[in-house]
Each structure stands twice: as structure tokens, then as C-alpha cells.
Design a protein around this ligand. Structure first.
Ligand code: ADP
Ligand code: ZN
Ligand code: ZN
Length: 831
């Protein structure tokens, strides 16, 4: 194989195909499927990924330019991940390079020099040393050698070098261009205890603190972080510097290990003995693991039903069979509390990947996985690409969470990627949730039928561990509060609840569900909101034109001045922010201690964790926040959960709005009474009859799902139909209307000639309908207007293929006009 087919890293549709390069002799041993390479491309030099190799006979090699460089000693992507990328680019209609780049840690995207060093403790025989032709001698000098230089100077030793790298006797390092990655800690190294004691006696009495320090360090007799020492001894670094001047200590900057959890101790935990229900739930998963067949499970368990313990024991089983496990949790739930449960069970075998790590930290965790030092990867969405080679189990906790869908290209859903990787590895997938996505639930349990092998297998855990009751949920009608003259944010019931908790020194979680407030119109007297008569979607308020519009079909009407339902003038209701709530709490309950958690207070690295620790240590009475406080937290002293405006998210122009609201209410209610103390939930709303709220009150997922699925079926929304949204952006509206219109009619034509009807309501097996072009919910962004077409279809045909065909047909016009096009297959957010 002397020809490499390379995908260059330019994310455009023109370059979305492989280009062939000749592999020069000196690089022959190094180029593999998945290698990152530098190639000449016109006048430029680009990076790319080798996606396949070919023999000369297949191409006219004489015409080919040679590859310039191999950028890593070990290819960062395996052949499996390269094919996964190809699958993703077909599935979500994105350029292949975009899919492949999504799998690489950021540290590997730049052009940083690679170095090779002997691993500590590695040894070589004399014979090997002789065979290495000076290579080992050069490496043995203790200075890292550049990979590029080694490849130049020892062309004959390529295979050996590679073998030793794979065996871990040599290590590949790189300098990560990331100021956060190299963390140093000022550390105090004390002199010999005897010297310190002697010197302490000679320090004059007016420098008593120095004397005390010298004695302390003699006692301690080990290096200590400067910051720790100043804190423990109630002194300043100046005092320690004076000791340094006396030659009694040395202060050095020491490189800190980048393991972000390195300084935390995790007490070892043993598997709990499972309840009968848990054992029943685990059994089929274990069976699939033992058989090594790919199978998906939906573990539908109420909050506190012991799902995590089931994950842990399934992982253990997976590791015992010498296979690896990936655990996805929502970014927001990836708190030390969650990480601790995995670390304390599996110790150093766990690698943790989340977005709050610096590039260097992430790269270190990623290498642990690739080099086989970790067998369990716990992380947010992108951890699904963990470079394991023998996956046995993939767990997705809170599988309904929207954060599993990436909102920028590649717009993949980690759940689908998990199922595809599991298929290739013969692995089990466990999707866990108290409130599964309706798509997942329908696929696994729809109609109560027995699942086929290719369908998710449904496992229910309807009760909490130890029969702890689910909390009692009260609904407060805020319209009634208004009528009674209470204009405050807190209903009387909630205010009483807060006062009672303060008196008993128990804790509370308050959720302000704020998303969507600015965009809809609601009557404060009766709860009326305007919805599209055609789509059952809330109409969106447009400030500029003062009208209300539907973002699915384009319907619009004028903004009302009085409520069409009750004539009240209180028709415009705007939400309030967490800061205002914090102020209102302070005014209504003097002395109340509040931790506010929202995007503003959690931008700083580690702040999220810090707030939660503070709350856990009961240094606050109330944890107040947005969606962030609803997820996966477990605090024993929380006995009251209050939801300030339950219905806000119901008004989002999205057919999933009521599903999301139900999920959020159920999740946040699950934060109360998880331990000995019983819990209570108070939900404030202007729409107390709404099924998202009433079913959440009854903890009735099944009731909610059955009802919601009926509506979905009537309107042809997922899971009964599927969507692809195509957004066009340009400075000129006429241009957008013309391009969008051309696309829509082109696609309709293609569907018609494939024999696919457009009438969705007719009973036919296949149907495809194109809505729009209409102005996008975000109608203008960076001076470009945005219009979208929504493709709604059902049936067993490849709609993506039709869409990409129709896009291809307008390709020239799009390029000439400079129109930006973005495609979202199975969109999750319709905003
Ligand atoms: P979920 O993930 O379903 O919300 P968890 O796994 O967090 O539930 O379990 C809820 C609580 O019950 C935790 O405090 C956990 O330690 C405890 N628990 C789970 N399984 C058992 C068991 N078999 N025996 C005793 N306690 C358990
Ligand atoms: Zn009204
Ligand atoms: Zn509509």
C-alpha cells in the first residue's frame, strides 16, 4: 500500500471527498488508517486524516504529490472511528472531516511538535540496543527527541520505534499550547530537621513567627504547598520567604499533576447487595454482556430507584470480561458527586472527560483511555468517541437530556452514535432515565408489545430504593393568588413552606424555569397564551412588527392588547431573573442564606462544584437556580422543592415543549426527600390544568407519555414522523425566499418521482412534506436573515439522501449567492 486517501481538514462540501497522496518510503511504516498527516493542497499545506490506503495499481501514482508528514506516532483515530465518522457524515449530512474532527481532543487539532521519550522503568536488551542503530542511544540521553527528526534520522528503525511505542516502552509527548495545561504549585522544601531545630533557637524573638515555622517544618519533615502552609500556620508568604533567605527552606515551582481529581480522596466502595427489583433489572443486561451481543436497554426507573448502582454492577461485569465501558452523563450532572461514585468503585481505571477541563487535562485523560490505562470513560456527550478498542457496555444516564444532541455541526446525537458503536463492538447499551424521551419510550414499550431483538428492551423500576416515598406535589394556581391580591413571586403556600424549613434548619431547592419568557405572550389573569391554529405550537412575539408568528408554518396575527379569552389588560407577562428572586427572598425572609446558580454565577472554572459543596455543607438554606439545579443532585437535607414558574417553557415554539416541562418538573421533584427526611414539592403555575403539570404531580410518566404520544401521532411529529430542518442565511430576504423556494420545490419533485406522496394525513406508508421557507425563530443573526424549511416525513426511505440531492441541485446558486446553508437531521431544538 503506497497511496494514502486523505480527507483534508477544510469543512466545505467541495472538499468533502478523499484526495490521493503518494506515501514516501521513509513514512511507509507510519501511515495507517486514522493517521493525522500534513499534505500539500494547491499552494497550501493542510492537515488531514487518512481514511484508507490503496495500492499503486489502483491509481496513477506518478501524478500524485507525496504526503509531507505524519503528525503523530500512533494514529489518533482507529479504523473503527474512521468508519464511524463516515456513518455520521451520512446520518447527519455533514462533511466527513467535521465528523472526524469532533472525535479528536482539542489538543490534537493544532500543529504542535511531537516528542518521543523512553517510558520510566522501560528496559531494552543488548540485542535490541544493537539493532536500533544508535536510536536508543540517542533517546537514552534524557532529552525528548522530536518525532519528525527521528523519522528523518532513523528511517530503517521505523518499525522498531513504532513497536516500542505500542508496547509503552517509549512514550509520545507533546507540548500542548494551552496556558492552563501546565499548572505549577509553589512548594516549600524544608532543610534537615536537625538544622531547622538548631536554627530555630537562633532566630531572634521578634521574628517569633519564623521560629514557630522552622519548628513546625522540622516536625513535618516533608515538602508542603506554600498556600497550604500559610493557611495552616496563619502566616504570610513573606515570612516563609525570610526563612528561605536564611537558607532553611527552598521554594520551588513544581509541576502539578493534571488529574483534576488527583487531590481528592475517594473512599473505596463495594457493590451494594441489590434489591430484588434491581437484580431483576440487571439480569438481562448481564445476559447480553455475557453473550457479547449488541442490545439496547431502556432502564426506566423513577428518581432514586437505584439505577446508578445497576450501572456500576453492569460495568463491573463488563470489566471482568476484559472489555471497556463508556458512561455518558449530562454535562451539568458531571459533578464531583457523580464522578465520585465511579471513582470510588473503579479507582484509577476511570478516566473523566468534561468540558471544564483544560485542553491539556482532557488530552491526558484521553491518552489514559487510548493507552489502556483506563477502562471506564465517564463524560459528557463527546466521551462517546472514547478511543477504546473493545467496548462491552455503553451507559447513557438521563438519556432524554437535550445536551446529548450537539447543536453545531456535526449535529449528532450521542444516543444514536452509542447504538452504532455498540453494534460494531457487540456491546450492550443501557439508556437510563426517570423520564425517557418519548422516542425511546415508544421504541421500547410502544403498545406494550414484546421488543424485537433490534428494539430497545424495556426494564422498569417503578419504586424508590427502600420504599422511600416519592414526594408529595402541590400545585398552586397563580391566577388565584393574583385575585387574592398577592402580587409577590411566592405564593402563600410556598412562603409558609420556606418559613417552616428555615425554622427546622432544613434545606430547599428553588427552580426558576425561565427559558422562553421573552418570546411569548401570556395573560396573567387567566393563563391564556396564543398558539398556532395549524401546528399546536406557541406563537412567538416579534418586537419589531408587534405581531405573533408561527415558526413552523409561517402563520401570523397581530399582537393582542387585551386577552382574547378574558378581556383582561394583563396580557403581557414577562418573566423575572434569578437575581430578582434572590432579592425578593432576602426581603421576605430576613437572614435567609441563598446560593444562586445560573449561567452568570457558574462561568468560572470549578465554581459549579464550589457552590454545590457549599450547599452540601449546609452553609446555605436555599439553592436557587435555573435548569442547572434540577439535574442529578442528591442532598439529604433538602425537604422542599419549589418551582416558581412551571409553565414558562410550555410556551416555547417547539412541539417538545410539554415533554420538556414534564421532564424538568419530574426531575426537580426528585431532588426532594431522597433520604430519611420526607420531601415536599410546590409548583407555581398559571396553567394548573396542563397535562405536563398534572401528570408530574401524580408522578405518572406512563399517563403523560400515552397522552402525548396520541398528539404526536395526530400531528405526525416524532416518533411517528421525522424532521429535517434546513436553514438558509443571507443578507437579502428575496435571495433567501428564492433559494429556499427552489430547494422546497426541488425536494417535492424528487419525492414525487420516488413515488412518495406529500399527504401526511392519508394512511400511506411513506409521506414527505416540506414546510416553508419561513423566517427562522432567530430571524436575524450577525446581519444575516435566516429562513428555514422543515421537512417532515415518515416511512422506510432515506430522506437524507433526497435532501442532499435537492441541496446539490441548488449548489451552484448557493455558492454564487454566498448563501449559508445548515442542515439539522432529527433536530432537538426548534428555536
Ligand atoms: P437513581 O440513579 O435511580 O436516581 P441512585 O442509584 O442514586 O438512584 O440510588 C438512590 C439511593 O439509594 C442512593 O443513595 C443509593 O446509594 C441508594 N441505593 C441504591 N441501591 C441500593 C441498594 N441495593 N441498597 C441500599 N441502598 C441503595
Ligand atoms: Zn386572560
Ligand atoms: Zn403553524
Amino acid at each position: 500500500m503506497t497511496v494514502a486517501r486523505v480527507i483534508v481538514d477544510v469543512p466545505s462540501r467541495d472538499t468533502d471527498r478523499t484526495f490521493d497522496y503518494a506515501i514516501p518510503e521513509r513514512l511507509a511504516a507510519w501511515v495507517e488508517v486514522g493517521s493525522r498527516v500534513a499534505v500539500p493542497f494547491g499552494p497550501r499545506k493542510l492537515q488531514g486524516i487518512v481514511t484508507s490506503l490503496a495500492a499503486d495499481a489502483e491509481v496513477d501514482k506518478a501524478k500524485l504529490k507525496p504526503l509531507e508528514e505524519v503528525l503523530d506516532a500512533i494514529p489518533p483515530l482507529s479504523p473503527e472511528l474512521v468508519s464511524l465518522g463516515e456513518w455520521m457524515s451520512r446520518r447527519w449530512l455533514c462533511p466527513l472531516t467535521v465528523a472526524l474532527q469532533a472525535m479528536l481532543p482539542a489538543a490534537l487539532k493544532g500543529r504542535s511538535e511531537k516528542y518521543v521519550v523512553p517510558a520510566s522503568g522501560a528496559a531494552w536488551t543488548e540485542e535490541e540496543t544493537a539493532r536500533s542503530g544508535g536510536l536508543l542511544l540517542a533517546l537514552g540521553k534524557g532529552k525528548p527527541l522530536k518525532l519528525a527528526a527521528l523519522l528523518q534520522q532513523y528511517p530503517e528503525q521505523g518499525q522498531l520505534l513504532k513497536k516500542w511505542l505500542r508496547e509503552g516502552r517509549l512514550e509520545e509527548r507533546q507540548r500542548v499550547e494551552d496556558p492552563l495545561s501546565v499548572k505549577t504549585v509553589l512548594t516549600v522544601y524544608p532543610a534537615e530537621p536537625a538544622r531547622l531545630r538548631e536554627a530555630a533557637g537562633a532566630i531572634p524573638a521578634r521574628a517569633g513567627k519564623q521560629r514557630e515555622l522552622a519548628r513546625h517544618l522540622a516536625e513535618r519533615n516533608e515538602p508542603v504547598a506554600l498556600a497550604r502552609l500559610t493557611e495552616a500556620m496563619q502566616t504570610t508568604s513573606a515570612t516563609i520567604r525570610s526563612l528561605e533567605e536564611r537558607g532553611l527552606v527552598e521554594i520551588r515551582a513544581v509541576r502539578e499533576d493534571r488529574d483534576p481529581y488527583a487531590d481528592r480522596e475517594f473512599p473505596a466502595s463495594a457493590p451494594l447487595s441489590l434489591t430484588e427489583k434491581q437484580a431483576e433489572a440487571l439480569a438481562p443486561i448481564v445476559r447480553a454482556l455475557d453473550e457479547g451481543v449488541s442490545r439496547t436497554f431502556l432502564l426506566h426507573g423513577v428518581t432514586g430507584s437505584g439505577k446508578t448502582e445497576i450501572y456500576l454492577q453492569a460495568i463491573q461485569r463488563c470489566l471482568e470480561s476484559r472489555r471497556e465501558a463508556i458512561v455518558l452523563v449530562p454535562e451539568i450532572a458531571l459533578t464531583p458527586q457523580m464522578v465520585e461514585r465511579f471513582k470510588s468503585r473503579f479507582g484509577a481505571r476511570v478516566a473523566v472527560l468534561h468540558s471544564r477541563l483544560s485542553n491539556g487535562e482532557r488530552y491526558d485523560e484521553w491518552r489514559k483511555i487510548r493507552e489502556g490505562r483506563a477502562q471506564v470513560a465517564v463524560g459528557a456527550r463527546s466521551a462517546i468517541f472514547a478511543p477504546f478498542t473493545s467496548i462491552g457496555l455503553i451507559v447513557i444516564d438521563e438519556e432524554h437530556e437535550t445536551s446529548y444532541k450537539q447543536e453545531e455541526s456535526p449535529k449528532y446525537h450521542a444516543r444514536d452514535v452509542a447504538v452504532e458503536r455498540a453494534r460494531v463492538h457487540g456491546a450492550a447499551v443501557v439508556l437510563g432515565s426517570a423520564t425517557p424521551a418519548l422516542e425511546t419510550y415508544e421504541a421500547a414499550a410502544g403498545g406494550g408489545r414484546r421488543a424485537e431483538p433490534e428494539e430497545p428492551y424495556y426494564i422498569a423500576l417503578p419504586e424508590r430504593v427502600a420504599n422511600r416515598p416519592l414526594p408529595k406535589v402541590h400545585i398552586v394556581d397563580m391566577r388565584e393568588e393574583l385575585k387574592l391580591g398577592n402580587r409577590a413571586m411566592f405564593s402563600r403556600l410556598l412562603a409558609d413552606g420556606i418559613r417552616a424549613r428555615l425554622a427546622r434548619q432544613e434545606q430547599m431547592v428553588l427552580l426558576l424555569n425561565r427559558r422562553g419568557y421573552a418570546t411569548f405572550v401570556m395573560c396573567r389573569s387567566c393563563g391564556y397564551t396564543a398558539a398556532c391554529p395549524h401546528c399546536e405550537i406557541a406563537l412567538t412575539y416579534h418586537r419589531g412588527s408587534h405581531n405573533l408568528r408561527c415558526h413552523y408554518c409561517g402563520y401570523s396575527e397581530a399582537e393582542p392588547t387585551t386577552c382574547p379569552s378574558c378581556d383582561s389588560p394583563h396580557i403581557r407577562f414577562f418573566g423575572t431573573g434569578t437575581q430578582k428572586v434572590e432579592e425578593a427572598l432576602a426581603a421576605a425572609f430576613p437572614g435567609i442564606r441563598v446560593i444562586r446558580m445560573d449561567v452568570d454565577t457558574t462561568t468560572e472554572k470549578g465554581s459549579h462544584e464550589r457552590w454545590l459543596t457549599e450547599f452540601r455543607e449546609r452553609r446555605a438554606d436555599v439553592l436557587l437556580g435555573t435548569q442547572m439545579v434540577a439535574k442529578g443532585l442528591d442532598f439529604p437535607h433538602v425537604t422542599l422543592v419549589g418551582v416558581l414558574a412551571a409553565d414558562a417553557a410550555l410556551r416555547l415554539p417547539d412541539f417538545r415543549a410539554s415533554e420538556r416541562t414534564f421532564q424538568l418538573l419530574t426531575q426537580v421533584a426528585g431532588r426532594a426527600g431522597r433520604h430519611e427526611l420526607p420531601g415536599e414539592v410546590i409548583i407555581q403555575t398559571y396553567d394548573p390544568e396542563h397535562e405536563s403539570i398534572t401528570f408530574a404531580q401524580g408522578h405518572d410518566y406512563t399517563g403523560f407519555a400515552e397522552r402525548a404520544l396520541v398528539l404526536r401521532k395526530q400531528l405526525g411529529y416524532p416518533p411517528y414522523g421525522r424532521l429535517i430542518s434546513i436553514t438558509f442565511a443571507h443578507e437579502s430576504v428575496p435571495m433567501l425566499l428564492s433559494i429556499g423556494g427552489e430547494f422546497a420545490s426541488g425536494l417535492r419533485g424528487k419525492a414525487a418521482s420516488a413515488g412518495i406522496g406529500k399527504d401526511f394525513d392519508a394512511g400511506g406508508r411513506a409521506a414527505l412534506e416540506v414546510l416553508g421557507p419561513v423566517a427562522s425563530p432567530i430571524a436575524r443573526l450577525k446581519d444575516r436573515y435566516r429562513f428555514q424549511c422543515m421537512v417532515k416525513y415518515r416511512g422506510d426511505f432515506d430522506a437524507s439522501l433526497l435532501v442532499s440531492g435537492a441541496l446539490g441541485a441548488i449548489g451552484d446558486a448557493v455558492k454564487r449567492g454566498g448563501v449559508q446553508v445548515s442542515v439539522d437531521v432529527d433536530p432537538q431544538m426548534l428555536l
